[in-house]
Design a protein around this ligand. Structure first.
Ligand code: ACO
Length: 428
């Protein structure tokens, strides 16, 4: 029983609704009985004030710039943990013991290969296909290959399909890259780490030994950690909504990939680097700042602003630091980093950005690192999808395991014509 209530006065009558408290964060008004008791819906396009589910995975305080996974701050995880450990944490709720961690690593490593027939599926794509188009198609097609793990009412099936998705995503993404550059697909090497294996499958060639550079492996792993989960964002909500109908997990994750592709979401890392390259030199920044502020110009500063963070995105802080580490490890420089730092400085001292609380988000610096490692911009969102798969499957599992789970079905404010009679074609 909730001990707090909210009172709604409507048409002269008062209605009481329970107010629920989570472990931290804002309380929520439980309006599940609103329509039944008042005949009214709420109206919240974009869900700016709507909690769509209960979740114990990730907590964000957007005003304070806090991001916790199962209670652990993202800064600590990025500094001390690994992507595989964060994956275990998100899926299971606790950090693993060393034995549990070894078992988990072993299981994920044993699922990295793709069915030979699925490898042939790639040939159906144009050579210049966007990797996200390939990811959507190939991940959706996994449903046709793994019938033995799609009974979503069986926890063991859910576990196996989750492991398969996490394990195969690097192989699928690396093959999308190889297909575009016309190089042979590389088989996984199970002696390498999750991230080292991905780097080898992407940049290695059969004719030569590929040497994983530890600093690059670490940076890449950290980028994966920073993208692992982010509570009920657009793609995660898409996965949950698709999953709420009972669709199989491969189809649900393909839906998440489709949603992530958009430039307002995961596509922003690609758009941010393209924008920084277009700006070119710091002297052009004021022109682009003016464009971003102009209501009549659709241009926005990509990698800036966030629905939830009204403060610095804590992931952007780690990203900025990682740029320096990768540059040092690879002994490279990219003038685009100077442009980004200067752009951030100018934007953060501008009243428009201050008033609207627009800060750099995770995508602002990630593209610079990925580009230095050697990824083309078209791969950026595919890498995001690879990492976010962990969050998607963890959220999907949480939803399906909840006995109170029902199909997601929002209502609407209808503004179309009211009932009218059909007019035959010769009378129109
Ligand atoms: N540049 C310029 N103005 C901006 C920007 C920006 N990047 N972001 C928001 N604004 C302005 C809007 O024009 C709007 O102004 P108004 O109140 O005068 O109309 C105000 O700030 C609020 O913007 P909304 O779009 O209403 O905010 P919302 O929370 O819906 O959008 C979003 C968040 C989509 C991320 C937005 O900030 C944006 O488009 N940013 C650029 C794209 C981007 O970087 N996306 C990545 C997000 S992080 C992720 O997905 C991992």
């Amino acid at each position: 029983m909730a001990d707090k209530h909210a009172t709604l006065e409507l048409g002269g009558e008062t209605h009481e609704f329970p107010v629920l408290s989570g472990s931290t964060g804002p309380d929520v008004v439980d309006i599940r009985k609103l329509y039944g008791s008042t005949g009214h819906f709420t109206f919240d396009p974009g869900y700016k004030s709507t909690a769509s589910c209960e979740s114990a995975l990730t907590y964000i305080d957007g005003n304070e710039g806090v991001l916790l996974h199962r209670g652990y701050p993202i800064g600590q995880l990025a500094e001390h943990s690994s992507f595989m450990e964060v994956a275990y944490l998100l899926l299971n709720g606790e950090l693993p013991s060393s034995e549990e961690f070894d078992d988990f690593n072993y299981t994920i490593t044993r699922h990295t290969m793709l069915h030979e027939q699925l490898r042939q599926f790639y040939q159906g794509f144009r050579r210049d296909a966007h990797p996200m188009a390939i990811m959507c198609g190939v991940v959706g097609a996994l449903s046709a290959f793994y019938h033995d793990s799609t009974d979503i009412s069986d926890p063991e099936h859910r576990k196996i399909s989750s492991h398969r998705l996490i394990a195969k995503m690097p192989t699928i993404a690396a093959m999308a890259y190889k297909y575009a550059v016309g190089q042979p697909f590389m088989q996984p090497d199970n002696n390498l780490s999750y991230t080292g294996n991905f780097l080898r499958m992407t940049f290695g060639v059969p004719a030569e030994e590929y040497e994983v550079i530890p600093a690059v492996e670490k940076a890449m792993d950290r980028i994966f950690i920073l993208h692992a989960d982010h509570e009920q964002n657009a793609s995660t909500s898409t996965v949950r909504l698709a999953g709420s109908s009972g669709a199989n997990p491969f189809a649900c994750i393909a839906a998440g990939i489709a949603c992530l592709w958009g430039p307002a979401h995961g596509g922003a890392n690609e758009a941010a680097l393209n924008m920084l390259r277009e700006i070119g030199t710091p002297d052009k920044i004021p022109h682009y700042i003016e464009r971003a502020k102009d209501k009549n110009d659709p241009f926005r500063l990509m990698g800036f602003g966030h629905r939830v963070y009204k403060n610095y995105d804590p992931r952007a802080t780690v990203m900025q630091k990682t740029v320096r580490e990768v540059f040092e490890a690879l002994n490279v420089q990219d003038p685009v980093f100077e442009t980004a730092l200067r752009l951030e400085e100018i934007a953060l001292s501008d009243d428009y950005f201050k008033e609207k609380k627009l800060f750099p988000n995770v995508d602002f610096y990630s593209g610079i690192i990925l580009s230095a490692i050697g990824f083309p911009t078209t791969m950026f969102t595919a890498l995001f999808a690879l990492a976010r798969t962990v969050g998607w499957v963890a959220q999907w599992n949480e939803m399906i395991s909840d006995p109170a789970q029902v199909i997601g079905r929002p209502r609407q404010l209808y503004t179309g014509p009211t009932e009218r009679d059909y007019v035959p074609l010769d009378k129109r």
